[in-house]
Design a protein around this ligand. Structure first.
Ligand code: DGL
Length: 262
């Protein structure tokens, strides 16, 4: 039996978990939202490293044999430390610069992401590798993660933030937008409404699920057939998380409190 542990600062990683669920229907999935410490985007690296190690240890104690860091910000800040400290496959994620560079026709790509991701050395290296021949305009999005965390995917405050962050990218010629934070795919309908249907919105959820599948084939040997289970945990309030997670997951789930959460 293969158990995959998945974590994010909050509920955003569910946008990755849904791709993992459909790519690996037999795997048992354990998700933990670090809701007591969200957002990560404005936190220092050592803080995120500490959180990532604690969440990963929790997931391993719950039986996880591979970990998906379903958070661009935590990957940028803590993937290297996790790979040093924890002995199991760690799959991280980063903004989809490579596919966006292939998709753009104007040669201008906009990246919506957290401040933590955008200022990271990992993001700089990503641009160095894949964005030599295009212009990349970056946009931090303070407040957007909190809107998703509160389940406000359609209200006027969310719309005004989406307009504030998206319009400048479009007016500078971006014809492709990267959703560089796992919370943002839940706002894709609203971003599409602001940007128009012709602008591709690219995120990394599906690619991460495929990458996980490749790693599992080479590093773990699971031949079990049947429907995998899915368990949900939070470091925050279980009742609140149950409501929001059920809404974002698309069916009723129960969020359990993460034992030992601070
Ligand atoms: N979902 C996260 C990401 O992909 C982090 C959001 C946050 O906590 O600031 O970057």
């Amino acid at each position: 039996m293969t158990t995959i542990g998945v974590f994010d600062s909050g509920v955003g990683g569910l946008s990755v978990l849904r791709h993992i669920r459909s790519t690996l229907p037999d795997a048992d999935l354990v998700y933990v939202a670090d809701s007591a410490h969200v957002p990560y985007g404005d936190k220092p690296q050592h803080y995120i490293e500490q959180r990532a190690v604690e969440l990963t240890r929790f997931l391993v104690a719950e039986g996880a044999e591979a970990i998906v860091v379903a958070c661009n910000t935590a990957t940028a800040a803590a993937a290297a430390k996790l790979r040093c400290d924890i002995e199991c496959p760690i799959i991280g994620m980063e903004p989809a610069v490579k596919p966006a560079a292939l998709a753009t026709r104007s040669g201008v790509v906009g990246v919506l992401a957290t401040a933590g991701t955008l200022r990271s050395a990992r993001f700089a290296a990503l641009l160095e590798r894949h964005a030599k021949n295009i212009e990349v305009i970056t946009q931090g999005c303070p407040g957007l993660v909190e809107q998703v965390e509160s389940g406000d995917l359609e209200g006027p405050r969310t719309l005004s933030l989406v307009e504030r962050y998206t319009r400048p990218l479009l007016s500078r010629g971006a014809d492709t937008l990267i959703l560089g934070c796992t919370h943002y795919p839940f706002l894709a309908p609203m971003i599409r409404q602001v940007a128009g249907p012709a602008i591709p919105l690219i995120d990394t959820g599906e690619a991460v699920a495929r990458q996980l599948q490749r790693r599992l084939l080479t590093e773990l040997t699971d031949t079990r057939a049947g429907a995998g289970t899915c368990r949900f945990f939070t470091s925050g309030y279980a009742n609140t998380a149950t409501l929001i997670m059920s809404r974002l997951w698309g069916s009723a789930v129960i969020a359990q409190p993460m034992k030992g959460a601070v």
